[in-house]
Every structure is written in structure tokens, then in C-alpha cells.
Design a protein around this ligand. Structure first.
Ligand SMILES: CC(C)(COP(=O)(O)OP(=O)(O)OC[C@H]1O[C@@H](n2cnc3c(N)ncnc32)[C@H](O)[C@@H]1OP(=O)(O)O)[C@@H](O)C(=O)NCCC(=O)NCCS
Length: 453
């Protein structure tokens, strides 16, 4: 029995997922990932599943460090001992009499992590790896035994990682003479990630990490997908923190500020994830689309000329539309011949879209072969490819761009193309115009636009 289009689509999607997994698994072997996990997640029913996925990463050669925040557990234990502590600007003041209980809660949370790893035969360990000092008195407030991270002994932690352990770092640091301080797990995770040259820092929260709304308004470097915030460039994140802090809750501001600091310190990407969603880490690590919110340093995506090695992927993207009769079939030889005309849209090293600009005579060019991987539809990829090609035509000082389409008229009109006729085509293109396809002609007069601007 011949496979139908439904079978093709399912296979196409499943193969795309598997391809993503292989690509990323290969890329991250030997990389260090730091996970800062709130104690709410550690003591939630979702934590065993979460650690199962971290154990899988560990077994597959990714170096894992965990920094559990002790906050909620500390609150709980202090309350049970009848001790109240105060917070100033989100920072707990740690009186000396509370320190034994704070330490107990911090280590409790770390041991809860170690216990879960043990279920997967992964050896996790706690060490004396963090040098701290007192915050001291700030704006007239004495923070007592609350400290700042002075130094993380990255060489010792690296050695544990090389020996196959998962280091777990509770939110306690010691000064030179062994006095313990209560430190921020967010600060610790950030310093750990930068000192280890980690590839990724994950900030795992219980529930959505951001209330979204403030961040949603369109601005350069902020990308949303299906109504949810998806990616922020480090520049955009920095601008949010410094120029629009009022858009964020204090906790969100703190997390985003640390994400910027981590990226500026050499971490490639910081991921904010809801730790209660099953499989969220695997989905984030092994797929281009991910699941949470990511702050990134490198240009995550761009349009570039097509190379020979892209042709198989480009034909794969086109195939879905060829089957629907939207695009004409092109062979590998056609694509090799037309390669100089084609550009591709690359997202995180993977091809997600394509398009071509075929030159006709001194003044005209045809836009053709526009296609976007269906899993990446409605994210502006098609528009960016067309805009890139129009810019290319402008650069070549052409006066008009045209295209032929059977089913995508509305979309091209929304991009500023207007309907023309076969008379607008250059003679050599008119000669190959297929009357049976009844394609519509659309034009984009570059000369007029440039003059009118
Ligand atoms: C048409 C195509 C290139 C759009 O790519 P894309 O990356 O999803 O497009 P964008 O994200 O830039 O734009 C998405 C918007 O266009 C709309 N759109 C997508 N395809 C459309 C179509 N055929 N007709 C009208 N509108 C369309 C979407 O609904 C969306 O609208 P919204 O922003 O209001 O939600 C893509 O769907 C595709 O590859 N189609 C098949 C090939 C094709 O038609 N090529 C053109 C002939 S050369």
C-alpha cells in the first residue's frame, strides 16, 4: 500500500525530532550544564521525573551540576523552630541564631537531590567548594550572616565532574576561617556557571518563570511563539533590566539580571523552565524550538546563502509543499544548478526555510522556492526570507521583482506585493509560463518604492 500524505507528515515530523536529538546530543557531549532548582521543585512530586531526565543527560556525557535553592525549606524549618527572619529587597537577613537551622535546611535540600540521583545509580556529592563573605551593612541594614559568593573552587568541581560525579551545591558558603554564610542560590549558580565555562545555565522554577505580559510587547531581540515568550537576546534582556525594570516582578528582575550576568560571563544560553512539566529539560536541550524561555548570546538565527550540503534539507522542507501541489518539484541537480540564487534560513545550526532570487535581464528578478518547515511556521521565517531577497534585489539595483503563485497570493499581498499579469514577466519567463498551473503574477516595484521613501 502506498503511504498517503498523512503518513508522510507523521514520519516527516518524527524524523525531524530524532534528527534534532542526534544533532544536539553530539553537540553537547562533554559540555557542562548548571541547574538552579527551587526547593519547591525539589520537594514536589515532579522532582523524581526531573532527576530521571538529568540522569539521562549525565549518562550521555553531559556534565551536570545542581544548585538547589533552600528558600522555602528554610522558611519551613525556621517556622517550626519559631524563628522569624526579615527580608530586605528580597534578601533574607540571617541572624546568627538562625544559621544552624538555615544550614540544616540547605543541606536537607541538597540531600534530597542526592537521594533522587541515587535511584538512578548516579553518584552525586556535596563539597566545601564555595568561599563567601558577609554582605555586611548596606543602606543602614545589617544583613548579619547573609553572605556573597567570593569564589567558587571550579578546579575541584571540574575534577569531580571528570570523575563522573554530579556536584550538588547548597546555598551555603564559608569564609577563610570556616564561618558559614547563607548565600543566594541564584548568585551561586551564576558564578558556578561562569567559573566552569558552562554551556548552559538552567533556572528551574515551580510554574511559569515569568508573568509574560510585560515582556510580550514587540521589541528587537524578543521572540514569542504561539503567544508565549520564547527567546530574548542578551542585549534585549539587558535593556529590559536596565530600562524597563517596572515591567518585571522583583523575582523576575533578579533572575533576568543573573541571566544577563551569566551570558556576559561566557555562558552561551540561560534557560528558564517550569520544573513541573514532565520532560521539559529534554525538550529544551534536544529540540530547536525548546519549551521554556531562553536568553542567548550568539545570533540564534539568520538568512545566509545556500551551500551544497544544505540541499538535502531544503528539498526535505519543500517536499511537504510539493505533495500539496503548492511548489513545483525540483531535483537535486536543479538545486545544484540554482544554488547561487538560493538562500536558507538557519535556526541554531539547522535549516528551517529557503527562497531564491532568479535574475532576468538587467532590471528584473523572480522570487521563487519560498518554503518554511511547517514546524516553524508563523514565526516570521517566510517574511524574513522574502525581505532578505528584496534587499538583495535592491542591492543589485533592480527595478522590479515578480513571482508566480497558485495558493499564496494573500500572504505575498500582506508583504506588499501587488497583482500583475503575464505582461509583467520578462519575455524568457513568459515563454516558460505554464498555462495549466494558472499561477497568478505578483510584482514588487523596487524603483518606485525607493523613490517614494
Ligand atoms: C507561505 C509561507 C512561506 C509562510 O511562511 P511563515 O514563515 O509561516 O510566514 P510568516 O511567519 O512570515 O507569516 C505568517 C503569517 O502569514 C499567514 N500565512 C501563511 N501562509 C499563508 C497563505 N498561504 N495565505 C495567506 N496567509 C498566510 C499566517 O497565517 C500568518 O499570519 P499571522 O501572522 O496573522 O498569524 C509558508 O507557509 C510556506 O512555506 N508555504 C508553502 C510554500 C509557499 O506557498 N511558497 C510560496 C510560493 S513561492
Amino acid at each position: 500500500m502506498e503511504p498517503d500524505d498523512g503518513d508522510f507528515a507523521v514520519l516527516h515530523d518524527e524524523a525531524a525530532v530524532i534528527r534534532d536529538v542526534f544533532t544536539y546530543a553530539h553537540r553537547f557531549v562533554g559540555s557542562a550544564f548548571v541547574f538552579r532548582v527551587t526547593s519547591k521543585v525539589v520537594y514536589s512530586p515532579h522532582f523524581p521525573g526531573f532527576v530521571r531526565d538529568l540522569s539521562l543527560l549525565h549518562e550521555n556525557g553531559i556534565k551536570i551540576c545542581v544548585v538547589p535553592s533552600g528558600s522555602e525549606r528554610i522558611d519551613q524549618l525556621l517556622a517550626s523552630y519559631g524563628i522569624e527572619t526579615e527580608r530586605v529587597k528580597g534578601i533574607r537577613i540571617s541572624p546568627p541564631e538562625a544559621m544552624p537551622i538555615i544550614q540544616m535546611a540547605a543541606f536537607d535540600t541538597a540531600i534530597a537531590c542526592i537521594n533522587q540521583f541515587a535511584r538512578h545509580k548516579v553518584e552525586a556529592l556535596v563539597g566545601n567548594w564555595v568561599r563567601a563573605r558577609a554582605i555586611g551593612v548596606r543602606d543602614g541594614v545589617d544583613f548579619m550572616d547573609t553572605g556573597l559568593v567570593e569564589n567558587v573552587h571550579a578546579d575541584l568541581i571540574r575534577r569531580s565532574l571528570e570523575d563522573g560525579f554530579v556536584p550538588v551545591l547548597p546555598c551555603i558558603g564559608w569564609n577563610a576561617i570556616g564561618k558559614p554564610y547563607n548565600i543566594s542560590s541564584l548568585e551561586l549558580a551564576t558564578r558556578l556557571a561562569t567559573s566552569l565555562n558552562a554551556t548552559k545555565l538552567f533556572l528551574i522554577t515551580e510554574g511559569e518563570p515569568f508573568s509574560d505580559e510585560g515582556l510580550q510587547s514587540p521589541r528587537e531581540g524578543v521572540v514569542s511563539r504561539e503567544g508565549y515568550l520564547s527567546r530574548i537576546s542578551v542585549q534585549a534582556a539587558e535593556a529590559l533590566v536596565t530600562d524597563w525594570p517596572e515591567l518585571l516582578e522583583p523575582g523576575e528582575l533578579d533572575m533576568l539580571g543573573h541571566a544577563v550576568e551569566a551570558c556576559r560571563g561566557g555562558v552561551e544560553r540561560v534557560h528558564f523552565l517550569d520544573g513541573t512539566m514532565d520532560g521539559v529539560v529534554l525538550k529544551e536541550v534536544f529540540s530547536t524550538l525548546g519549551y521554556g524561555i531562553m536568553v542567548h548570546v550568539d545570533p540564534f538565527e539568520h538568512v545566509r546563502p545556500m551551500k551544497d550540503e544544505d540541499i538535502v534539507d531544503v528539498l526535505g522542507i519543500m517536499e511537504a509543499f510539493v505533495r500539496k501541489g503548492i511548489l513545483v518539484r525540483r531535483s537535486e541537480e536543479d538545486m545544484q544548478r540554482l544554488r547561487p540564487d538560493f538562500v536558507v534560513y538557519e535556526t541554531d545550526g539547522t535549516i528551517r526555510g529557503c527562497g531564491a532570487l532568479h535574475r532576468y535581464g538587467p532590471d528584473q528578478a523572480e522570487i521563487a522556492g519560498i518554503a518554511v518547515d511547517e514546524n516553524f511556521g508563523r514565526m516570521g521565517v517566510g517574511r524574513k526570507v522574502v525581505e532578505f531577497l528584496l534587499e538583495e534585489a535592491r542591492r543589485k539595483k533592480l527595478s522590479q521583482v515578480f513571482l508566480l503563485t497558485t495558493k499564496t497570493s494573500d500572504w505575498f499581498q500582506s508583504l506588499g506585493f501587488t497583482q500583475g499579469s503575464a505582461d509583467d514577466l520578462p519575455p524568457e519567463r513568459r515563454a516558460t509560463y505554464d498555462e495549466r498551473r494558472k499561477s497568478r503574477v505578483f510584482v514588487y516595484p523596487l524603483a518606485d518604492r525607493a523613490a517614494g521613501q
